[in-house]
Design a protein around this ligand. Structure first.
Ligand SMILES: NC(=O)c1ccc[n+]([C@@H]2O[C@H](COP(=O)([O-])OP(=O)(O)OC[C@H]3O[C@@H](n4cnc5c(N)ncnc54)[C@H](OP(=O)(O)O)[C@@H]3O)[C@@H](O)[C@H]2O)c1
Length: 347
Protein backbone atom coordinates (compact mmCIF):
# COMPACT_ATOMS: atom_id res chain seq x y z
CA UNK A 1 0.00 0.00 0.00
CA UNK A 2 1.22 3.52 -0.79
CA UNK A 3 2.36 5.64 2.17
CA UNK A 4 0.22 8.68 1.30
CA UNK A 5 -3.23 9.44 -0.14
CA UNK A 6 -3.03 11.61 -3.27
CA UNK A 7 -6.06 13.89 -3.14
CA UNK A 8 -7.43 16.72 -5.31
CA UNK A 9 -9.33 19.55 -3.61
CA UNK A 10 -11.23 22.55 -4.93
CA UNK A 11 -9.91 25.40 -2.80
CA UNK A 12 -12.31 27.87 -4.38
CA UNK A 13 -14.81 27.28 -7.14
CA UNK A 14 -13.93 29.72 -9.92
CA UNK A 15 -12.99 26.97 -12.41
CA UNK A 16 -10.83 23.89 -12.89
CA UNK A 17 -7.67 25.96 -12.31
CA UNK A 18 -8.65 25.78 -8.63
CA UNK A 19 -8.10 22.01 -8.49
CA UNK A 20 -5.09 21.48 -6.21
CA UNK A 21 -3.22 18.23 -5.63
CA UNK A 22 -2.13 17.30 -2.10
CA UNK A 23 -0.60 14.36 -0.25
CA UNK A 24 -2.66 13.46 2.82
CA UNK A 25 -2.66 10.57 5.30
CA UNK A 26 -4.40 7.38 4.22
CA UNK A 27 -7.51 7.04 6.42
CA UNK A 28 -8.13 3.93 8.55
CA UNK A 29 -11.37 1.99 8.12
CA UNK A 30 -13.43 2.82 11.25
CA UNK A 31 -15.56 0.11 12.89
CA UNK A 32 -18.40 0.23 10.33
CA UNK A 33 -16.31 1.31 7.33
CA UNK A 34 -14.30 -0.25 4.52
CA UNK A 35 -11.18 1.31 3.02
CA UNK A 36 -11.32 1.33 -0.79
CA UNK A 37 -8.31 1.69 -3.07
CA UNK A 38 -9.84 3.56 -5.99
CA UNK A 39 -9.06 2.29 -9.50
CA UNK A 40 -11.19 4.64 -11.61
CA UNK A 41 -13.51 7.63 -11.23
CA UNK A 42 -16.16 8.99 -13.61
CA UNK A 43 -17.00 12.65 -14.23
CA UNK A 44 -20.46 14.16 -14.56
CA UNK A 45 -21.71 17.52 -15.82
CA UNK A 46 -22.45 18.22 -12.11
CA UNK A 47 -18.69 18.21 -11.38
CA UNK A 48 -18.06 20.98 -13.91
CA UNK A 49 -21.05 22.92 -12.55
CA UNK A 50 -19.63 22.58 -9.00
CA UNK A 51 -16.10 23.66 -10.04
CA UNK A 52 -17.49 26.76 -11.76
CA UNK A 53 -20.03 27.70 -9.01
CA UNK A 54 -23.02 26.93 -11.27
CA UNK A 55 -24.39 24.05 -9.20
CA UNK A 56 -27.70 25.07 -7.57
CA UNK A 57 -27.40 22.77 -4.51
CA UNK A 58 -25.20 22.79 -1.35
CA UNK A 59 -21.43 22.29 -1.75
CA UNK A 60 -18.88 22.12 1.10
CA UNK A 61 -15.70 24.23 1.26
CA UNK A 62 -12.31 22.78 0.27
CA UNK A 63 -14.13 19.94 -1.44
CA UNK A 64 -12.69 16.66 -2.74
CA UNK A 65 -14.81 16.54 -5.92
CA UNK A 66 -16.47 13.73 -7.92
CA UNK A 67 -19.03 11.18 -6.78
CA UNK A 68 -18.37 8.06 -8.83
CA UNK A 69 -15.60 5.57 -8.04
CA UNK A 70 -14.86 1.89 -8.47
CA UNK A 71 -12.10 0.10 -6.61
CA UNK A 72 -10.96 -2.68 -4.40
CA UNK A 73 -11.40 -3.20 -0.65
CA UNK A 74 -8.04 -3.09 1.13
CA UNK A 75 -9.14 -2.88 4.80
CA UNK A 76 -12.31 -3.78 6.68
CA UNK A 77 -13.63 -2.22 9.93
CA UNK A 78 -14.03 -4.52 12.93
CA UNK A 79 -17.87 -4.48 12.85
CA UNK A 80 -18.31 -4.92 9.08
CA UNK A 81 -19.72 -8.17 7.71
CA UNK A 82 -20.20 -9.44 4.16
CA UNK A 83 -17.04 -8.04 2.56
CA UNK A 84 -13.58 -9.51 1.97
CA UNK A 85 -10.29 -7.77 1.22
CA UNK A 86 -9.97 -7.82 -2.59
CA UNK A 87 -13.70 -7.39 -3.32
CA UNK A 88 -14.43 -5.08 -6.27
CA UNK A 89 -16.87 -2.41 -5.17
CA UNK A 90 -18.64 0.87 -5.88
CA UNK A 91 -20.39 3.17 -3.36
CA UNK A 92 -23.78 4.82 -3.79
CA UNK A 93 -23.91 8.52 -4.80
CA UNK A 94 -25.71 9.48 -1.57
CA UNK A 95 -24.70 7.52 1.56
CA UNK A 96 -27.96 8.46 3.31
CA UNK A 97 -30.24 7.22 0.50
CA UNK A 98 -30.30 3.44 0.82
CA UNK A 99 -33.89 2.97 -0.44
CA UNK A 100 -36.86 5.12 -1.51
CA UNK A 101 -36.63 8.81 -2.37
CA UNK A 102 -33.75 11.02 -1.26
CA UNK A 103 -34.78 12.99 1.87
CA UNK A 104 -32.48 16.03 1.62
CA UNK A 105 -29.47 17.45 -0.26
CA UNK A 106 -26.88 16.81 2.48
CA UNK A 107 -25.54 13.37 1.45
CA UNK A 108 -24.12 13.50 -2.12
CA UNK A 109 -20.47 12.59 -2.56
CA UNK A 110 -18.41 15.33 -4.20
CA UNK A 111 -20.90 18.10 -3.20
CA UNK A 112 -22.03 18.52 0.41
CA UNK A 113 -19.68 15.62 1.34
CA UNK A 114 -16.07 15.03 0.24
CA UNK A 115 -15.95 12.88 -2.89
CA UNK A 116 -13.72 10.36 -4.61
CA UNK A 117 -10.94 12.18 -6.52
CA UNK A 118 -8.27 10.46 -4.38
CA UNK A 119 -6.40 7.17 -4.08
CA UNK A 120 -8.10 5.91 -0.91
CA UNK A 121 -11.64 6.36 0.39
CA UNK A 122 -12.89 5.18 3.78
CA UNK A 123 -16.68 4.89 3.76
CA UNK A 124 -19.58 3.32 5.66
CA UNK A 125 -19.98 -0.26 4.42
CA UNK A 126 -23.80 0.13 4.28
CA UNK A 127 -23.47 2.24 1.15
CA UNK A 128 -21.05 -0.10 -0.66
CA UNK A 129 -22.03 -2.62 -3.38
CA UNK A 130 -19.94 -5.48 -4.72
CA UNK A 131 -19.56 -5.68 -8.50
CA UNK A 132 -18.84 -9.00 -10.24
CA UNK A 133 -15.10 -9.52 -10.59
CA UNK A 134 -15.61 -12.08 -13.37
CA UNK A 135 -17.31 -9.58 -15.73
CA UNK A 136 -15.33 -8.06 -18.58
CA UNK A 137 -16.27 -4.50 -17.54
CA UNK A 138 -13.44 -2.17 -16.62
CA UNK A 139 -13.34 -0.20 -13.35
CA UNK A 140 -14.22 2.99 -15.30
CA UNK A 141 -17.41 1.32 -16.55
CA UNK A 142 -18.49 0.27 -13.04
CA UNK A 143 -17.65 3.76 -11.71
CA UNK A 144 -19.90 5.23 -14.42
CA UNK A 145 -22.93 3.45 -12.97
CA UNK A 146 -22.83 5.36 -9.68
CA UNK A 147 -24.49 8.64 -10.72
CA UNK A 148 -25.25 8.11 -14.40
CA UNK A 149 -26.32 4.46 -14.21
CA UNK A 150 -28.57 5.02 -11.19
CA UNK A 151 -30.12 8.12 -12.76
CA UNK A 152 -30.86 6.27 -16.02
CA UNK A 153 -32.18 3.22 -14.15
CA UNK A 154 -34.37 5.45 -11.97
CA UNK A 155 -35.77 7.16 -15.09
CA UNK A 156 -36.69 3.77 -16.61
CA UNK A 157 -37.70 1.74 -13.55
CA UNK A 158 -38.10 4.08 -10.55
CA UNK A 159 -41.76 4.86 -11.25
CA UNK A 160 -43.74 2.96 -13.91
CA UNK A 161 -41.30 0.24 -15.06
CA UNK A 162 -40.29 0.15 -18.74
CA UNK A 163 -41.71 -2.77 -20.76
CA UNK A 164 -40.08 -4.43 -23.79
CA UNK A 165 -41.16 -2.85 -27.07
CA UNK A 166 -41.86 0.59 -25.58
CA UNK A 167 -40.06 3.63 -26.99
CA UNK A 168 -37.63 5.84 -25.06
CA UNK A 169 -36.35 9.26 -26.21
CA UNK A 170 -33.00 10.61 -24.96
CA UNK A 171 -32.08 14.30 -25.20
CA UNK A 172 -28.43 14.80 -26.16
CA UNK A 173 -25.52 12.39 -26.37
CA UNK A 174 -24.01 12.92 -22.90
CA UNK A 175 -23.29 10.29 -20.28
CA UNK A 176 -26.82 9.89 -18.93
CA UNK A 177 -28.41 9.60 -22.38
CA UNK A 178 -25.98 7.09 -23.87
CA UNK A 179 -25.93 4.94 -20.73
CA UNK A 180 -29.75 5.05 -20.68
CA UNK A 181 -29.80 4.07 -24.35
CA UNK A 182 -27.59 1.03 -23.69
CA UNK A 183 -29.81 -0.05 -20.75
CA UNK A 184 -33.06 0.50 -22.67
CA UNK A 185 -31.87 -1.40 -25.75
CA UNK A 186 -30.78 -4.34 -23.62
CA UNK A 187 -34.30 -4.34 -22.11
CA UNK A 188 -35.88 -4.58 -25.57
CA UNK A 189 -36.99 -0.95 -25.98
CA UNK A 190 -37.02 1.13 -29.17
CA UNK A 191 -34.86 4.25 -28.92
CA UNK A 192 -34.78 7.78 -30.32
CA UNK A 193 -31.90 10.13 -29.54
CA UNK A 194 -31.50 13.87 -30.20
CA UNK A 195 -28.29 15.85 -30.62
CA UNK A 196 -27.01 19.18 -31.92
CA UNK A 197 -24.53 17.29 -34.11
CA UNK A 198 -25.19 15.07 -37.15
CA UNK A 199 -21.74 13.49 -36.69
CA UNK A 200 -22.58 12.47 -33.13
CA UNK A 201 -25.95 11.09 -34.25
CA UNK A 202 -24.35 8.99 -37.01
CA UNK A 203 -21.81 7.67 -34.49
CA UNK A 204 -24.51 6.82 -31.91
CA UNK A 205 -26.58 4.99 -34.51
CA UNK A 206 -23.60 2.95 -35.67
CA UNK A 207 -21.97 2.23 -32.32
CA UNK A 208 -24.96 1.94 -29.95
CA UNK A 209 -27.75 0.97 -32.36
CA UNK A 210 -30.09 3.91 -31.74
CA UNK A 211 -33.19 3.19 -33.82
CA UNK A 212 -33.90 6.82 -34.78
CA UNK A 213 -32.00 10.11 -34.51
CA UNK A 214 -33.08 13.77 -34.63
CA UNK A 215 -30.92 16.91 -34.78
CA UNK A 216 -32.55 19.32 -32.30
CA UNK A 217 -30.74 22.33 -33.84
CA UNK A 218 -31.94 21.76 -37.41
CA UNK A 219 -35.35 20.63 -36.06
CA UNK A 220 -36.14 23.05 -33.22
CA UNK A 221 -39.69 21.66 -33.22
CA UNK A 222 -38.34 18.13 -32.90
CA UNK A 223 -41.64 16.82 -31.45
CA UNK A 224 -43.00 16.88 -35.03
CA UNK A 225 -40.22 14.46 -36.07
CA UNK A 226 -41.01 12.25 -33.06
CA UNK A 227 -44.66 12.11 -34.04
CA UNK A 228 -43.68 11.14 -37.61
CA UNK A 229 -41.36 8.38 -36.37
CA UNK A 230 -43.97 6.98 -33.96
CA UNK A 231 -46.91 7.33 -36.39
CA UNK A 232 -48.57 9.81 -34.06
CA UNK A 233 -48.35 7.64 -30.94
CA UNK A 234 -45.54 9.51 -29.21
CA UNK A 235 -42.84 7.96 -27.03
CA UNK A 236 -43.38 6.21 -23.69
CA UNK A 237 -40.38 7.66 -21.80
CA UNK A 238 -38.27 10.80 -22.17
CA UNK A 239 -34.91 11.64 -20.60
CA UNK A 240 -35.47 15.40 -20.13
CA UNK A 241 -31.97 16.87 -19.99
CA UNK A 242 -32.78 20.40 -21.16
CA UNK A 243 -35.30 21.37 -18.47
CA UNK A 244 -37.63 24.34 -18.87
CA UNK A 245 -36.26 25.14 -22.37
CA UNK A 246 -37.20 21.72 -23.80
CA UNK A 247 -40.16 20.52 -21.71
CA UNK A 248 -42.73 21.88 -24.20
CA UNK A 249 -41.25 19.76 -27.03
CA UNK A 250 -41.08 16.79 -24.64
CA UNK A 251 -44.77 16.96 -23.78
CA UNK A 252 -45.58 17.30 -27.49
CA UNK A 253 -43.49 14.13 -28.01
CA UNK A 254 -44.79 11.99 -25.15
CA UNK A 255 -47.51 9.36 -25.53
CA UNK A 256 -50.68 9.77 -23.47
CA UNK A 257 -49.82 8.44 -20.00
CA UNK A 258 -46.05 8.39 -20.71
CA UNK A 259 -43.28 9.29 -18.24
CA UNK A 260 -41.00 12.34 -18.59
CA UNK A 261 -38.00 12.05 -16.26
CA UNK A 262 -36.72 15.54 -15.40
CA UNK A 263 -32.97 14.98 -15.17
CA UNK A 264 -31.00 17.99 -16.42
CA UNK A 265 -31.02 21.75 -16.50
CA UNK A 266 -28.98 22.34 -19.67
CA UNK A 267 -31.45 24.67 -21.42
CA UNK A 268 -33.52 27.24 -19.52
CA UNK A 269 -36.56 29.02 -20.97
CA UNK A 270 -36.69 32.81 -20.67
CA UNK A 271 -38.99 33.92 -17.84
CA UNK A 272 -41.53 35.37 -20.29
CA UNK A 273 -41.54 32.10 -22.28
CA UNK A 274 -41.81 29.79 -19.26
CA UNK A 275 -44.07 26.88 -20.25
CA UNK A 276 -47.24 26.06 -18.32
CA UNK A 277 -46.07 22.65 -17.10
CA UNK A 278 -49.28 21.87 -15.19
CA UNK A 279 -51.38 22.51 -18.31
CA UNK A 280 -48.98 20.52 -20.49
CA UNK A 281 -49.03 17.51 -18.11
CA UNK A 282 -52.81 17.59 -18.07
CA UNK A 283 -52.98 17.73 -21.87
CA UNK A 284 -51.24 14.34 -22.13
CA UNK A 285 -52.16 12.73 -18.79
CA UNK A 286 -48.44 12.14 -18.43
CA UNK A 287 -46.10 11.77 -15.47
CA UNK A 288 -43.54 14.59 -15.16
CA UNK A 289 -41.16 13.35 -12.53
CA UNK A 290 -38.02 14.90 -10.99
CA UNK A 291 -35.07 12.56 -10.60
CA UNK A 292 -32.53 12.88 -7.73
CA UNK A 293 -30.00 10.28 -8.93
CA UNK A 294 -31.38 7.38 -6.87
CA UNK A 295 -31.08 5.00 -3.95
CA UNK A 296 -28.56 2.26 -3.30
CA UNK A 297 -31.39 -0.18 -4.05
CA UNK A 298 -31.76 1.22 -7.60
CA UNK A 299 -27.99 1.10 -8.10
CA UNK A 300 -27.96 -2.54 -6.96
CA UNK A 301 -30.66 -3.39 -9.51
CA UNK A 302 -28.68 -1.58 -12.21
CA UNK A 303 -25.43 -3.40 -11.29
CA UNK A 304 -27.24 -6.77 -11.43
CA UNK A 305 -28.73 -5.99 -14.86
CA UNK A 306 -25.44 -4.71 -16.29
CA UNK A 307 -23.46 -7.60 -14.78
CA UNK A 308 -25.84 -10.32 -15.96
CA UNK A 309 -25.91 -8.91 -19.51
CA UNK A 310 -22.20 -8.00 -19.42
CA UNK A 311 -23.25 -4.65 -20.91
CA UNK A 312 -20.55 -2.55 -22.51
CA UNK A 313 -21.11 0.70 -20.56
CA UNK A 314 -20.10 3.59 -22.85
CA UNK A 315 -16.89 5.12 -21.53
CA UNK A 316 -15.61 7.32 -24.35
CA UNK A 317 -12.32 8.51 -22.96
CA UNK A 318 -10.11 8.00 -19.90
CA UNK A 319 -7.45 10.37 -18.56
CA UNK A 320 -4.52 9.73 -16.18
CA UNK A 321 -4.56 10.64 -12.47
CA UNK A 322 -2.04 13.47 -12.76
CA UNK A 323 -2.62 17.21 -12.33
CA UNK A 324 -2.59 17.65 -16.14
CA UNK A 325 -4.75 14.55 -16.68
CA UNK A 326 -7.41 15.59 -14.14
CA UNK A 327 -7.66 19.12 -15.54
CA UNK A 328 -7.76 17.78 -19.11
CA UNK A 329 -10.63 15.45 -18.19
CA UNK A 330 -12.65 18.36 -16.74
CA UNK A 331 -11.87 20.49 -19.81
CA UNK A 332 -12.87 17.70 -22.21
CA UNK A 333 -16.21 17.19 -20.47
CA UNK A 334 -16.94 20.92 -20.25
CA UNK A 335 -16.32 21.34 -24.00
CA UNK A 336 -19.16 18.86 -24.67
CA UNK A 337 -17.41 16.95 -27.44
CA UNK A 338 -17.86 13.59 -25.71
CA UNK A 339 -20.41 10.88 -26.46
CA UNK A 340 -20.90 8.82 -23.29
CA UNK A 341 -18.70 8.92 -20.19
CA UNK A 342 -15.40 10.63 -19.38
CA UNK A 343 -13.28 8.93 -16.69
CA UNK A 344 -9.94 9.13 -14.86
CA UNK A 345 -8.02 5.89 -14.28
CA UNK A 346 -5.90 5.73 -11.12
CA UNK A 347 -4.49 2.25 -11.74
N1 LIG B 1 -31.26 14.76 -11.76
C1 LIG B 1 -30.26 13.95 -11.58
O1 LIG B 1 -30.25 13.11 -10.68
C2 LIG B 1 -29.10 14.02 -12.51
C3 LIG B 1 -28.15 13.00 -12.56
C4 LIG B 1 -27.12 13.07 -13.52
C5 LIG B 1 -27.07 14.17 -14.38
N2 LIG B 1 -28.00 15.16 -14.27
C6 LIG B 1 -28.02 16.30 -15.18
O2 LIG B 1 -28.38 15.78 -16.46
C7 LIG B 1 -27.79 16.57 -17.49
C8 LIG B 1 -26.95 15.66 -18.39
O3 LIG B 1 -25.90 15.11 -17.61
P1 LIG B 1 -24.69 14.33 -18.30
O4 LIG B 1 -23.75 13.92 -17.23
O5 LIG B 1 -25.23 13.33 -19.26
O6 LIG B 1 -24.07 15.53 -19.10
P2 LIG B 1 -23.02 15.54 -20.26
O7 LIG B 1 -22.37 14.19 -20.39
O8 LIG B 1 -22.18 16.73 -20.06
O9 LIG B 1 -23.94 15.72 -21.56
C9 LIG B 1 -24.57 16.89 -21.90
C10 LIG B 1 -25.17 16.75 -23.31
O10 LIG B 1 -26.49 17.25 -23.27
C11 LIG B 1 -26.84 17.70 -24.54
N3 LIG B 1 -27.60 18.97 -24.50
C12 LIG B 1 -27.17 20.18 -24.15
N4 LIG B 1 -28.16 21.08 -24.32
C13 LIG B 1 -29.22 20.40 -24.79
C14 LIG B 1 -30.51 20.77 -25.22
N5 LIG B 1 -30.96 22.03 -25.20
N6 LIG B 1 -31.35 19.78 -25.66
C15 LIG B 1 -30.93 18.51 -25.70
N7 LIG B 1 -29.71 18.12 -25.33
C16 LIG B 1 -28.87 19.05 -24.89
C17 LIG B 1 -25.57 17.84 -25.35
O11 LIG B 1 -25.64 16.81 -26.34
P3 LIG B 1 -25.24 17.06 -27.87
O12 LIG B 1 -23.81 17.53 -27.83
O13 LIG B 1 -25.41 15.72 -28.49
O14 LIG B 1 -26.17 18.08 -28.43
C18 LIG B 1 -24.47 17.58 -24.34
O15 LIG B 1 -23.39 16.90 -24.88
C19 LIG B 1 -26.99 17.64 -16.76
O16 LIG B 1 -27.79 18.79 -16.63
C20 LIG B 1 -26.73 17.03 -15.39
O17 LIG B 1 -26.50 17.98 -14.40
C21 LIG B 1 -28.99 15.11 -13.35
Amino acid sequence: MASKNTVFRLNSRQGIVDLAKAEEDIPKAAAYEVLIKIHSVALNYRDVAIATSHYPFPVKDNLIPLSDAAGEIVEIGTNVQGFTVGDWVIANFNSANLYGPMKDWTGGLGGPVDGVLRNYLSINANTVIKVPKESSLKASQWASLVCTGTTAWNALYGNVPLKPGQTVLFQGTGGVSITGLVLAKAAGAKTIITSSSDEKLAYVKKKFGADHTINYKTHPEWAKEVQKITQGNGVDYIFENGGSGTIQQSVESIAFGGVIAIIGFLSSAKQEEMPNVAGLALSKGCVIRGINVGSKQLLEECVRFVGSHNLDIPVEKTFPFTEEGVKAAYKYLSEGQHVGKVCIDLE
